[in-house]
Write a protein that binds this ligand. Sequence first.
Ligand code: LLP
Length: 385
Amino acid sequence: MLKGTFPIEKFKQLQTPFYYYDLSLLQETLNVIKAESGKYGYHVHYAIKANANPKILSLIAQNGLGADCVSGGEIEAALKAGFPASKIVFAGVGKADWEINLGLDNHIFCFNVESLAELRIINELAAAKQQVAPVALRINPEVDAHTHAKITTGMKENKFGINLSLLGGVLDEMQAMPNVKLIGIHAHIGSQITDMSAFRNLAIRINEIQDELEQRGIQVENLNFGGGLGIDYYHPNHLPIPAFDNYFAVFHKLVQLRPGQQVHFEPGRSVVAQCGSLISRVLYVKEGEIKKFAILDAGFTDLIRPAMYDAYHRIENISSDEATEYYDVVGPICESSDVFGKDIELNGTHRGDFIAIRSAGAYGEIMASQYNCRKLPKAYFSNEL
Ligand code: LLP
């Protein structure tokens, strides 16, 4: 079975579980992103929520990307890692006053505003600082992302963005707000989107919205299409870099840009998912009546995506080349959802073997918890081992 390449001799010195990041793959991915977005002059803001490990952030910042933040903590992390404030966008349905003030104090590029209630507060807080806050309205475009319900955001029933039917009222009230300036529209329809027709529909919907805005005499300088490009969780060895060429080409082909208009994206998963693996050791192989369990020292506290979203991650026994067998691969946590995969084909597995759970660079380490008083996983990097 084709596996990723890992420095196993080095791993032997380390306590498991830990995240291992292949920084050369991250750099190659960034090169592709820069080349493909650069063809059209698009601006890319990395979605910090996917992975905020300081080393990952500083490599991404060094490559000239901007940052998409959803909390004050993320703004702080972005600034610390070297992202310039002028390339930071700030989204989120529930921005606290201190977080808005932090954005204002640092003169970030844009607040992606999700409701009229929030717009009023940003106007008020900016007035108190005698500033005019740059805002983009996050629109709920009612475009189905055809992805997991828990990571769909662009439908009427989701809490995100301003409903299309309410947009007119928001724009009307906004005219009487002297301390906010409309600089763009923003939409993000969901995550792990592999069906390009969802992005096509988004591009077309934004064209329609632009036409409506123009009827009101409004032209915005910036269009932000959010993130959401999916990755191939099944074939991390064959397809380690997502098809950014196709992705950006969809927008280039369909979006009707007005003169001088700038286009922005906020990819998270597609940037960092494939460069990270969760590495653990097998503690026990337990023979059940009908199953064999490979019990790892990693659990859902280290990687919650399988338990939370029934997400698939490819699992490899990187220590063994014995004939394959089927195992339920589980963690040590006292919950029956602590399962990484059922009936997984692994090379013959024994206590002490290293197991790599692949494509875990996005929404892995950053979503780790200390439930059961477990330690947070450490991180190691290919250029350090
Ligand atoms: N922009 C906004 C406004 C977002 O809400 C998100 C993700 C992104 C950009 C980045 O999306 P990406 O390119 O990573 O798909 N924890 C879940 C994913 C949650 C995504 C939330 N929003 C998971 O593990 O699948």
